[in-house]
Design a protein around this ligand. Structure first.
Ligand SMILES: CC(C)(COP(=O)(O)OP(=O)(O)OC[C@H]1O[C@@H](n2cnc3c(N)ncnc32)[C@H](O)[C@@H]1OP(=O)(O)O)[C@@H](O)C(=O)NCCC(=O)NCCSC(=O)CCCCC(=O)O
Length: 276
């Protein structure tokens, strides 16, 4: 596996490693099998200077379900362990899902880049914020994001640990390759996910934040290059860790995938300039 976007932390983006691990697993199963879940642990930081080797173990090929175990390896040691399970299409009369939140359509919202440019155009914006916003703008991620409730970058306001944004992969993938759409959705699902656990704590800044594990369940067909609503919430944080849960909705209201992640969150108080 080669690298695309590298986060500022200079460790490999977790979503990239999960997505590539799923590509490796999917290549080892027949065309009539579809990913329905994956469970991963990030055991070491990924090194952006070298490629990743994906080693697939064929754990079991059953009549309906097929399981693969993938190890992502760098410098001879695992950086991620991933179990992925695939199933033949099997219709059933049991079928239900939650209801998608009602939000404005993506056409009515601005992308993160457009929002940043809007903030940068404000004449009264302090110099220190301009630097941070320009750094964010230079951070070219292969995902387009439209926040439903855009954050005010320069205001420290606590909010409940819930976030809604429209997401899609940049570029055209096209219809028909459901395996690839699942791999790309795995990539997308790790982006800005853990940050949900930090929303109630504007007085703290993450000194170290990294995903420890990531699980995903795929429910229906979808296209990762079309807008999907990512509904994220954090039911718990404690012990220098935070738990986040997410649902990826197709824009027609069908639940496409569910995700869960725990991450390590080491924070320090934001220092404010003295008023004296
Ligand atoms: C670091 C992991 C999670 C496990 O850590 P640990 O078991 O502590 O491993 P060590 O190798 O012993 O330590 C690593 C590092 O941390 C320092 N450390 C350890 N404990 C503490 C502590 N209590 N307080 C302060 N510092 C501590 C230790 O000194 C080491 O520091 P160093 O020597 O400077 O390196 C480990 O399992 C790990 O790294 N796993 C991989 C995690 C990962 O890479 N996840 C995927 C990437 S994160 C991501 O993609 C999130 C999305 C970002 C994009 C976005 O949304 O914006």
């Amino acid at each position: 596996g080669t690298h695309h976007w590298i986060p500022r932390s200079q460790r490999l983006f977790g979503g990239q490693i999960i997505g590539q691990a799923l590509v490796a697993a999917a290549k080892s199963v027949s065309d009539n099998l579809y990913a329905h879940s994956l469970h991963c642990y990030f055991v070491r930081a990924g090194d952006p200077k070298v490629p990743v080797l994906y080693q697939v173990d064929r754990i079991r090929d059953g009549r309906s379900f097929t399981v693969r175990s993938v190890r992502a390896i760098q410098h001879g040691q695992p950086i991620l362990i991933c179990q992925a399970s695939f199933q033949m299409l099997q219709p059933s009369p049991l079928q239900h899902q939650f209801t998608m939140p009602v939000v404005p359509p993506p056409e009515d919202l601005l992308t993160v880049e457009e929002l940043i440019r809007l903030y940068l155009s404000k004449p009264d914006l302090a110099e220190k914020y301009k630097l941070g916003l320009n750094k964010l703008l230079a951070n070219e991620v292969p995902i387009e994001i439209k926040p439903v409730n855009p954050p005010v970058f320069y205001k420290l306001t606590a909010s409940e640990p819930k976030n809604l944004f429209w997401v899609r992969a940049r570029g055209y993938i096209g219809e028909g390759n459901m395996k690839l759409h699942c791999c790309v959705a795995a990539y997308v699902s790790d982006f800005a996910f853990l940050g949900t656990a930090l929303l109630p704590y504007p007085g703290y800044r993450a000194q170290f934040a990294a995903s420890l594990d990531h699980a995903m369940w795929f429910h229906s067909t979808f296209r990762s290059d079309e807008w999907m609503l990512y509904e994220c919430e954090s039911p718990w944080a404690g012990g220098s860790r935070g738990l986040v849960q997410g649902r990826l909705w197709r824009r027609d209201g069908v639940l496409a995938a569910s995700c869960s992640q725990e991450g390590v969150l080491r924070v320090k108080p934001v220092t404010r300039p003295s008023k004296l």
